[in-house]
Ligand binder design. Sequence first.
Ligand code: URA
Length: 233
Amino acid sequence: MVRLNKYLADCGVGSRRECDRLISDGVVKVNGKVAALGVMVSDSDHVTVNDKRVGDKQKNYYIMLHKPKGCVTTVKDDLGRKTVMDLIDIKARLYPVGRLDYDTEGLLILTNDGELANRLTHPRNEVNKTYIARISGILTENERAQLERGVLIDGVKTAPARVKILKQDQHHTRCEVTIHEGRNRQVKKMFEAVGKEVEFLKRVAVGDLRLGGLKRGEYRFLNEIEINYLKNV
Ligand code: URA
């Protein structure tokens, strides 16, 4: 952590004294909020002067987005559909870590730290991902246990998973599903394998990081503790 005036000076904004004046004038924001003199910042903070980002071009961004339905998890879509990047107001080249389907919502990490993104998506290092899924009809205890033990998707058995039934009536079952693989449309295909259709899917956690109260379509910068956690999972 460094004092904001030093951070700005190091970024070439001006002398420390000039930077203090900019801070006093209220034109410096840290993570979207007008900064006070003396505040401490780190590389995980988003610092702007007159709403223009300042910082090393190599600065790494680590963002948690609450992806809504109706957008694709790519940087650019050939079909011209809305992408997750349309929701993020940062000029850096960010990449989604893993992917959520067009009609899936929930927690998505985006970063320009290619090394971390690769590590987190490598099959050897896959972290647990937790979803809330609403299924049509009743999921029987037998089907639930089958999903936990592993089912065949495209001829390959899924790794053990956790499936907890949260609520059930004769029309729907609401479950919490935790998997650590990241195969394409994995949760939907797992339920298909036991003859059930997923009507709604939301990712609520990646490892220990939880979506919490973040609203649909909104994002926030991860703090240093969260970034270090991801770097060490
Ligand atoms: N599993 C799915 O089926 N879809 C997603 O978007 C994520 C996990």
